[in-house]
Every structure is written in structure tokens, then in C-alpha cells.
Design a protein around this ligand. Structure first.
Ligand SMILES: [Zn+2]
Length: 279
């Protein structure tokens, strides 16, 4: 289980914070093995989930254990359709629960969203069609203006990523959490518009796919570095920075080093994934 909650800030659980592809090498699973999926850990009946990478499978199992016959109301916000953010969906246990309603929030219009979600399970890829799974499904396009799910207020922001990606900003009981998981920083300085979107957030979850050294060969791939994350966090005045979207090529020692280096620049830096294990 890849779990990490935050006390007193904006509690969320990171069920998967690996980018690109899941990993199972024991040298790589201290923080996470699963790909991108998080849930907000707040007291309301609408459960808010961000992305459906392989982390959603474990999340679904835990929800199912606690479910005990109650209907579930899941609100699944998609940042984009790259596989690491949706590949867990066909194996999400609650997709098969008839008394679960899953409301999808998509950056794309209804028809395209249906096409890409169904495509994952189409024809020879899977024995059952997406539309034929027993859960109730509703699809919304993410509106350009602020919207609400239960008592949570939500804004979105377009990131620099091939084929697009959305950042989300959540506000609940005066606390703010921003997910900005797939984005490339500018050549020089900080992305001012993104910094404005993250302004004074309690938590910023940020794309730390590459070390600054490895990034030099990966310009234009749409991903960022721990260093750009610390600069953005400082500029935006956020309280805590959670690095995420870890590179599947990096092992635990390398990620330990990334967190420690980041802390020299921005003290309150943590790893999204299992509860931070660096003292
Ligand atoms: Zn990704």
C-alpha cells in the first residue's frame, strides 16, 4: 500500500506516484511502485480521486473493504489520458460494483472521453466493454470556471505537456492543495502563471520526473525536475512541496538523494507515496 496523508494541511493519500510505468523491483518500491492515483482524505460522502493509474487498484480494494454494502459516490478527476494516468481503470474493483456511481471529470468533451476510456478495454484488449461494466457512469467535461464537488471547490489550469494536461487546485475548509503532476518548466525562471495558480497553497504536488542533469537530454518531453519544483514552491509561497511522478528508472537511493537535495533548497519537501521515510 502506498499511502501518505498529511496532518493539519490538506489530507490526501497517494496510492501511486510513479510516472510512465509501474515498477516492482524491490529496490524501487520504498516510495511507490504504482502509477499516478491520489484521493482526498476528507469527511464527505463524495470521494474525490485524481487519476486512475495502477494505484487505483489498491485504492479500490480498500474502498471495497470499507464499503460493506453502502453505495459509493466516486468523483474521478482525470488530468489527461496518457496511460500512466488511466491504465488502472479496467482493474478498478468498483468499476464492477452496481451500486457505485463514478463521475468522470475530463479535460476532453464527452464523446472523446468515452472513446479513450472505452479504447482501454476495446475488442481484443479486454473481455468486457467499458460501457458494459456494472457501475453507473457519468462524464463531465471540466468547466473553465470554478466548480464544486460536495464541499470542495475546484479550479483547473492547463500545463505544458504533450497533448495537454490539467493541474487541479482543491479548496476545503480554508485549506488548499494543488496537483501539478505532468508539466515542463520554462527554460529560464519560474512559470509565473502556474505560480499564480499555486499561490499560498498548503500543499503542492509536483512533477519531479527528472534530475536536473537527466533533464538536459529530455527537454521537450513535458516533464520537470525537483529543482524546478523547489523554485516554484518558493515563488508561489506554498507551505509544503510533495515531489511526485517518479521516474521508473530511478531506484529508492536515487529518490532519497532527490528528496534530500530538494530539502536544501526548500525545507518542507516530501515524497508523495508511502509516508516519508527520510528522517
Ligand atoms: Zn504522467
Amino acid at each position: 500500500m502506498s499511502k501518505n496523508t498529511t496532518k493539519g494541511e490538506f489530507p490526501f493519500i497517494s496510492w501511486g506516484s510513479r510516472g510512465t510505468a509501474p515498477v516492482s523491483d524491490p529496490k524501487k518500491t520504498k516510495y511507490c511502485g504504482n502509477t499516478m492515483c491520489s484521493s482526498l482524505h476528507i469527511p464527505q460522502k463524495e470521494r474525490i480521486v485524481i487519476d486512475a493509474g495502477t494505484g487505483i487498484i489498491e485504492m479500490g480494494r480498500q474502498f471495497e473493504n470499507k464499503k460493506k454494502g453502502k453505495p459509493y459516490d466516486i468523483h474521478l478527476l482525470l488530468t489527461h489520458f496518457h496511460l500512466d494516468h488511466i491504465m488502472g481503470l479496467p482493474f478498478f474493483p468498483l468499476l464492477y460494483s452496481p451500486d457505485t456511481t463514478i463521475t468522470f471529470y475530463s479535460p476532453l468533451p464527452l464523446k472523446k472521453t468515452k472513446k479513450y476510456l472505452s479504447g482501454l478495454m476495446a475488442e481484443k484488449y479486454f473481455p468486457l466493454d467499458f460501457q458494459d461494466t456494472p457501475s453507473q457512469k457519468i462524464i463531465h467535461k471540466v468547466p473553465p470556471q470554478t466548480f464544486r464537488i460536495g464541499r470542495v471547490e475546484i479550479d483547473s489550469f492547463p500545463l505544458h505537456h504533450p497533448q495537454g494536461c490539467l493541474a487541479y487546485r482543491f479548496k476545503f475548509e480554508g485549506k488548499t492543495l494543488v496537483f501539478s503532476t505532468d508539466t515542463e518548466h520554462p527554460e529560464k525562471g519560474v512559470d509565473k502563471e502556474l505560480a499564480a495558480f499555486c499561490r499560498d497553497a498548503d500543499i503542492l504536488v509536483y512533477d519531479a520526473t527528472f534530475t536536473p542533469e537527466d533533464y538536459l537530454d529530455k527537454k521537450g518531453w513535458g516533464h520537470s525536475t525537483w529543482l524546478a519544483g523547489t523554485e516554484l514552491a518558493a515563488e508561489a509561497g506554498v507551505k509544503s512541496l510533495f515531489l511526485s511522478h517518479f521516474n521508473p528508472d530511478y531506484d529508492d537511493r536515487k529518490i532519497d538523494g532527490i528528496i534530500l537535495s530538494a530539502r536544501e533548497k526548500f525545507t518542507r519537501t516530501f515524497a508523495a507515496g508511502k509516508k516519508d521515510q527520510i528522517k
